[in-house]
Ligand binder design. Structure first.
Ligand SMILES: Nc1nc2c(c(=O)[nH]1)N[C@H]1C(S)=C(S)[C@@H](COP(=O)(O)O)O[C@H]1N2
Ligand SMILES: [Mo]
Length: 218
């Protein structure tokens, strides 16, 4: 990271703050209300996916960011590691009703990645695609949440293959199905399109505090 790039990132963060960009209108909850409605606490970490757990090496790993961006980008492992690295602490809330507190994630903050690609003004949604054929959608404001991270490590150790390694998304303020494992593609779109579970009865947004579990079943 050169001084120059660093100050460019700093400048654009300051600009986002002054524009109030990506504000979701979310309120923080008091400690007494840490568990969303209908959830129960677990201390293990369940594995949930479509039944395929690809084992990917970091050598062949690629992540592309495309669609409505001025600077489309494909990162290999070295390029991803060269981006500013951060730690994010958050709770997991799965739509199947388990929650897990205090997960330490290491990786690249979504905002730092977005700073590099320059989303176009008309970009309002994101489609995430994964190596196992999974997809899920987010509004750009949710994807760009302050604590959203492209995580390569959990509790200081490389993310295991079953939990989405080498890199998964973590968007803590939404149900965990939005947090794509084995992430390979990020496409910025003008309008929100349903991903895999969203086409199969899950809610388009998935806010656990509003119990946005299910959408309208077609
Ligand atoms: N690529 C991919 N990502 C995925 C899934 C999947 O099937 N494939 N399942 C989602 C669901 S429904 C949940 S609850 C979480 C589970 O993550 P975990 O197995 O690490 O607990 O991953 C989400 N991300
Ligand atoms: Mo889930």
């Amino acid at each position: 990271m050169t001084e120059d790039e660093d100050s460019k990132l700093t400048r654009s963060k300051r600009r986002w703050a002054s524009e109030g960009r990506f504000l979701t209108g979310r309120v923080s909850r008091p400690e007494t209300e840490r568990l969303p409605p209908g959830q129960h606490l677990v201390t293990n970490w369940p594995v949930l996916d479509l039944g395929q757990q690809p084992v990917l090496s970091t050598t062949g790993w690629r992540l592309s960011v495309k669609g409505l961006v001025d600077e489309p980008l494909t990162l290999d492992w070295a390029a991803f590691q060269a981006l500013p690295q951060s730690r994010s602490l958050s709770d997991i809330h799965c739509v199947t009703t388990w929650s897990r507190y205090d997960n330490h994630w290491d990786g690249v903050m979504v905002r730092d990645l977005l700073d590099l690609v320059h989303p176009k003004a008309e970009a309002d949604a994101v489609m995430l695609t994964s190596h196992d054929g999974y997809s899920t959608n987010l509004k750009l404001a949710d994807f760009a949440a302050e604590d959203a991270i492209l995580a390569h490590s959990w509790e200081g150790r490389p993310l295991s293959a079953e939990h989405g390694g080498p890199v998964r998304l973590v968007v803590p303020h939404l149900y965990f199905w939005k947090s794509a494992k084995w992430l390979t593609g990020i496409t910025l779109l003008q309008a929100d399109q349903p991903g895999f579970w969203e086409r199969n009865g899950y809610h388009m947004r998935g806010d656990p505090w509003r119990e946005e579990r299910y959408g309208i079943i077609p």
